[in-house]
Design a protein around this ligand. Sequence first.
Ligand code: FA5
Ligand code: MG
Length: 435
Amino acid sequence: YYSIARNSKVYPEEISLDGKTYKTDEWTNVPPYILELTQRRLHHDNNHPIGILRELIEKNFKGMGYTFYNDFTPGVTTFQNFDVLGFPQDHPGRSKSDTYYLNKDNLLRTHTSAHEHECFQTCETPGYVISADVYRKDEIDRTHYPAFHQMEGARIWTKSDKLEEIIAHDIEQIPKTNIIVEDPFRENCFNEGNPKQDYMTDNEVYLVSVHLKKTIEYLVNQVFEAARKSAKLAGSTEPYLNEPLKIRWVEAYFPWTAPSWEIEVWWKGEWLECCGCGIVRQQVLLNSGLGEEKLGWAFGIGLDRIAMLLFGIPDIRLFWTLDERFGKQFSSGNINTFAPYSKYPGIKRDISFWLPKDVTLHNNEVMDIVRTHAGDLTESVENIDNFVHPKTGKRSQTYRLNYQSMDRNLTNSEINVLHNNVEQDLKKLFDVEIR
Ligand code: FA5
Ligand code: MG
């Protein structure tokens, strides 16, 4: 038995992952169901929406001087994931409630940027593109899952008298698009809040940022053109499908890039955050053994939400189903709309309890317990009510647990068993008093 226990943390002595063993310690918080996901490698499967999208994106970088890395194991060091990228020690992303730790010094990467250090060290082409599964301790619902996929791209130049000419020429090589771009930061690409680095001239920053943004605009255009085509083929006649794609650039902050931005795509009446990026801080390049004459950009794009749009997939958890009614619908190179098989009814259970004085229970902890027992039968966990008793000062919380299967009907008696286990764990691990 094993869980993120408060009172009785029980983990095996060691955890094995991709041929490496990790001695567990007080930082260990990665449950078995998450470790299992690390073996799925959906981005390698050319007949799976995630793998098909990876191929589509990679295609745009072929023949342009990029090396592709798709095989990195998700077990990385805190150095790779945080330190080398300049994350401050107190950054919330480092906390045990946000990140799955194998032990104090090793974790499941939370982003593909964890591989920037080694790629800058080993890559022999001007650029590289990484694809990988990443893990974040998060809520679970239709669009959030503790595992998802990212692609990272980076591109480096060498300073010289000719640099500006060279980058300007490289910009010309990027195919043109007809998308509508909203970018208040194109000309004034840095400012006090989003500063440039001293080692680059104003014009170098400008040119590198234009190359970066045009690269991503092209990429996003290719991907969303495919999404439109697929939606039209599926019979959608929504007017936005015939309007030019609209994107906007917003300022962002990442500890290892300056300046930094995010691109958002206008899709079905909403701005969709797709990709963070920026000009790589010199310190990261120097840490990776590149000389003072190097400069360049990096970006990181999330695949899962885009794949949901492309393939019309209503729930992010479907990517992980082993049901062949899902798998057999997709094949390499094809973007087609998912035909839902029947949605099975769910079972809803509320759970209310009093918290002990010194305990704060995070939604993620409840989620973790539910998933430990119910796995992918967990549709969602919502904190629907909190209150403090006016007389006693005791705190109460209510959670609504929705159990549902992607592939079959659930029975009340099987959910009773799971739900009872959840209650027992909440009592055992957090001393709550069920109401
Ligand atoms: C990052 O992860 C940075 N590593 C990106 C980056 C790379 C910036 C290189 C600069 C240079 P962020 O946490 O915003 O940033 O995630 C990047 C993208 O991943 C988001 O735009 C979003 O598309 C996707 N993403 C983030 N969280 C989730 C999630 N829980 N589920 C699905 N997709 C997500
Ligand atoms: Mg973000």
